[in-house]
Design a protein around this ligand. Structure first.
Ligand code: DOR
Ligand code: ZN
Length: 351
């Protein structure tokens, strides 16, 4: 018999899009209700590229946090071809930046200013390796000749393996990994202690067929796109293994309903409204609810050299309805992942 209540150290979200402005005011409280810290993605328009940008964005996040909520935003720099290694290193030293994010140019939402060729940022990478600043990687090639379902696996061979070879001390997180290939790659480099990988809740729960179940389902479209079932199973196995390199990163990526349900819909799943419930469901289905704490609350802090939370949160095995449309002030809305469906777990709160 498995427990009906689980208590774990308060988790952190090591990959979150809280956006800005009105959208941020609406989505941030969901993340801050569950997670103590969040690695804040910098793909705003324009991107959060300098230490000054990150300070200003951090201030806006803290100002948008409802009174009484505790949440620490950990800021990242959006790497571009023109990133100044000194500004980056200074921002890291000053505690403004926790890490830097590599978007290959045009790989995903708001990545137009991303890096066009990793060779162009060699001095930046060298400096990051020297000072121990992690690089968080959107691991997909952008070569249009490569099938969208193969872009992550090809990235491992073409970009990530040579990168680790060239920079032997660079600390790397392969963000939102979606393939058995990535799981194997991370394990093959795990002994070095310098590689981590985040796994989203949605990639633990859906495969590529779900995107087309009964019709095209734009709210299940994200990047990297969900892969076939064998890959989902590999992700569940990795997440529930308890192994240090694998940790929680929701990649919750809200978009207005009208931008998702469109002739050219945006990539991103909004999971923040029920993030821990979704992870609990995936772990429970795998018979591994007892491993959720390592994945959600311990492995990430260890990778980043931060203490785990001293707070505790509880989840109950109680059917709960995921919220319907979350309204935006302009009359549009955001459709949460699994909106209106019944989930098996309920987030109780900090206990
Ligand atoms: O699905 C995604 N949405 N993947 C990303 O890499 C970016 C994100 C977004 O910002 O919307
Ligand atoms: Zn993301």
């Amino acid at each position: 018999m498995s427990a009906d209540r689980i208590i774990l150290r308060r988790p952190d979200d090591w990959h979150v899009h809280v956006r800005d402005g009105d959208m941020m005011k609406v989505v941030l409280p969901y993340t801050a209700a569950q997670f103590g810290r969040g690695i804040i993605m910098p793909n705003l328009k324009p991107p959060v590229a300098t230490a000054a940008d990150a300070r200003a964005y951090r201030d806006r996040i803290l100002a948008a946090l409802p009174a009484g909520m505790s949440f620490t935003p950990l800021m990242t720099a959006y790497l571009t071809d023109g990133t100044d290694p000194h500004d980056l290193a200074q921002g890291f030293r000053d505690g403004v930046f926790t890490a830097a994010k590599l978007y290959p140019a045009n790989a995903t939402t708001n990545s137009a200013h991303g890096v066009t060729d990793i060779a162009r940022i060699e001095p930046v990478l060298e400096r990051m390796a020297e000072i121990g600043m992690p690089i968080l990687i959107h691991g997909e090639v952008t070569d249009p000749a490569i099938d969208i379902f193969d872009r992550e696996a090809v990235f491992l061979d073409r970009v990530l393996a040579p990168l680790l070879e060239r920079h032997k001390t660079l600390r790397v997180v392969l963000e939102h990994c979606t393939t058995a290939d990535s799981v194997a790659f991370v394990r093959a480099h795990a002994a070095s202690g310098r590689i981590g990988a985040t796994i989203t809740a949605h990639h633990l729960l859906i495969n590529r067929s779900d995107i087309f179940a009964g019709g095209i389902r734009p709210h299940l479209y994200c990047l990297p796109i969900a892969k076939r079932e064998a890959h989902r199973e590999a992700l569940v196995e990795a997440a529930t293994s308890g192994e240090g390199p694998f940790f929680l990163g929701t990649d919750t990526a809200p978009h207005a309903l009208t931008a998702k349900e469109s002739a050219c819909g945006c990539a991103g799943c909004f999971t923040a409204a029920t993030a821990l419930e979704l992870y609990a469901e995936a772990f429970d289905k795998a018979g591994a609810i007892d491993r959720l704490e390592a994945f959600a609350s311990l492995n990430g802090p260890r990778f980043y050299g931060l203490p785990p939370s001293e707070e505790r949160v509880a989840l109950d095995r109680t059917p709960t309805k995921a919220p319907d449309l979350v309204l935006l002030p302009d009359g549009d809305g955001i459709l949460p992942f699994r909106s209106g469906e019944t989930l098996n777990w309920r987030f109780v709160g900090v206990v």
